[in-house]
Structure formats: C-alpha cells, structure tokens
Write a protein that binds this ligand. Structure first.
Ligand SMILES: Cc1cn([C@H]2C[C@H](O)[C@@H](COP(=O)(O)OP(=O)(O)O[C@H]3O[C@H](C)C(=O)[C@H](O)[C@H]3O)O2)c(=O)[nH]c1=O
Length: 180
C-alpha cells in the first residue's frame, strides 16, 4: 500500500499495490501493522456500506464529536465518487481546509479520513457503492454535519448534486462553536 498525503493533515489516499498474474490481480487493502506504523487508526469496530442508484447523489458532510470522533477508511466498491475530507480540528494546521479524491472501484483506491474531519461524497455515475471501515461505533447523539456548499469551506465539487437528503441540505452555516 502507498500512502499519499493530501492538503488535510493526516488524511491520506491509500493506493493498493496490485500483484498481477495470468489470473488477474491481488492486493492488500488494509493491514493493522502498516496503518499503525503510518500513525493511522488500525482498529475498525464497525464497517458500513452505502448504495447510491443515481449519478449526482451527495451524502454528508458528517462526523461524530468527541468521545466518539471517528477515523474512516472509505473506498468505492462500485462506481466512482468525488470524496471529500474537511478538517474541523481547531488545532490543526489545515483547519477548515478540505481535500478530495476520486475513489474508483476499478482502481481500488481508498481515502483515510482522520478523526475530527467531516466526510462527504458526490457520486460521479449511476450505481455507486461505498464501503466504510470506521474506528468508532455509531453514536447518533454525537453525530453532526456541515453543509456541502457552506461558504466557510468553498469545496470545489465537480457539479451540484441532483439528489441530497433534507438533513444534509439544511445544515446551518458553519460557526466555529462546533465542539468536536
Ligand atoms: C452512520 C450510520 C447510520 N445508521 C443509520 C441512521 C439512518 O437511519 C441510516 C442512514 O444514516 P445516514 O443518513 O447517516 O447515512 P448517510 O447519509 O449515508 O451518512 C453516511 O455517509 C456519510 C458520507 C458519512 O461519512 C457517514 O459515515 C455516514 O453517516 O442508517 C446506522 O444505523 N449506523 C451507522 O453507523
């Protein structure tokens, strides 16, 4: 695996080393030892899947606040998505900065999003699925969100969403009272 740094401190694109032979290819997509050596979360007590039928579906940007702030390792298991990590850690050198990667199921790449960052994505084609490995279990009372088009972040999405949930569309403008 190759870890590629991004503009968000601690957020890495994880690129697999595909071992090809006459049958096809094989690659390691996660290794606790390798992730720990890279300083990344290496224990993921919960995994999730997200299915999205249509191009232009936007989910997020979501995060859980302190005591259950979670790191996420996300990959497209079908299709291609524009995937975003947004830094909401006031003490981070990249506070309020964002980083994006095109997750492509054909390339088997992944995005590691550290705790304290919000995560969201926009599907780039029909029939996209995302697989998540998450370092904390779900805590609905500690789940928070910020809006995809909040001027505080100016995220350069490739195009505006066609499909977005009401909750995601209605988050108020960001204020730095957000408690992580
Ligand atoms: C996250 C989660 C949700 N749920 C339930 C709560 C809702 O009834 C339903 C859908 O949840 P939500 O609307 O939060 O799903 P998304 O809008 O796809 O949000 C997800 O995608 C964005 C981009 C993320 O980064 C988050 O990890 C995740 O919240 O599943 C659970 O039962 N367990 C869970 O761990």
């Amino acid at each position: 695996m190759k870890f590629v740094a991004t503009d968000v401190a601690g957020a890495f694109i994880v690129e697999p080393e595909m071992r090809e032979d006459e049958r096809g290819a094989f690659a390691r997509t996660f290794c606790a030892e390798t992730f720990a050596a890279q300083g990344l979360a290496s224990v993921y007590p919960q995994c999730n899947v997200s299915t999205n039928a249509r191009r232009g579906t936007l989910r997020g940007l979501h995060f859980q606040i302190a005591s259950k702030a979670e790191a996420k390792l996300v990959r497209a298991s079908c299709g291609r998505v524009f995937d975003v990590a947004l830094d909401l850690r006031p003490d981070s050198p990249s506070y309020l900065k964002w980083a994006a990667v095109e997750l492509d199921s054909a390339r088997h790449n992944a995005f590691y999003i550290p705790a304290g960052c919000a995560h969201g994505f926009l599907t780039l084609e029909d029939h996209c699925e995302l697989f998540y490995q998450i370092s904390e279990t779900y805590a609905p009372d500690l789940a928070r969100g910020v809006r995809w088009d909040d001027p505080a972040f100016a995220i350069a999405w490739p195009f505006s969403p066609e499909i977005i949930g009401a909750r995601d569309a209605q988050y108020p403008d960001f204020s730095n009272e957000v408690v992580l």
